[in-house]
Design a protein around this ligand. Structure first.
Ligand SMILES: [Zn+2]
Length: 190
């Protein structure tokens, strides 16, 4: 699931139009009259809102949609590994700031749990935004390899889970994601 910019972050409405800047043409005027677009006022800066909600008159830009989507996450579970080296799993529960790390190999489990600091968690969430976690595809499969590395990611939001996985194929940000998980867990994850 990618981020839905055209959903109102305040009321959840999809009755949303784009705000267009610097377009004073006749067509733009007609589209405005029909309520298809909203014309923004003159100055264009990075913080100008891009979307307008016709239900509650809220205006917002993409960064607000991104922040809202990442703030809805309450827990992240991820695993990586293969048949021979076993699987590493990390489960980060935002609400009580508990991190569980485990390694499962040939029936034996190595396991620990720790509490992470609020600041560490905020930094972690910021890093996930940089890694475009929510924009990853739901599966990455390399069909011609039968063993090798499998990974999974579960993003838990209130009321909804998003699952992504891969088999010998990875998102571009995968290595940086593993590095981040190693940093926050203080243990092996690769
Ligand atoms: Zn709204």
């Amino acid at each position: 699931m990618a981020i839905k910019y055209n959903k109102c972050p305040r009321c959840g409405s999809l009755n949303v139009i784009k705000i267009i800047y610097g377009m004073q043409t006749h067509d733009a005027f007609l589209m405005t009259e029909e309520g298809k677009i909203k014309l923004g006022s003159c100055c264009i800066t990075d913080s100008e809102p891009e979307y307008y909600c016709k239900d509650c008159e809220n205006e917002w830009g993409r960064q607000i949609s991104i922040d809202k989507a990442y703030n809805e996450i309450i827990r992240i579970k991820t695993s990586v590994g293969g048949y021979f080296g076993g699987y590493f799993e990390v489960d980060i529960d935002y609400e009580n700031r508990k991190l569980k790390w485990s390694h499962l190999c040939a029936g034996a489990e190595d396991y620990y749990e720790k509490t992470i600091r609020q600041n560490t968690l905020y930094k972690f969430i910021d890093e996930l935004k940089m890694l475009n976690l929510l924009d990853w595809k739901s599966k990455y499969i390399e069909p011609d390899v039968c063993d090798g590395t499998q990974w999974s990611l579960e993003i838990i939001k209130s009321g909804r889970n998003i699952k992504k996985y891969g088999d010998n194929k990875f998102p571009d940000e995968w290595d940086d994601f593993c590095r981040l998980i190693r940093n926050v867990s203080g243990n092996v994850f690769s």
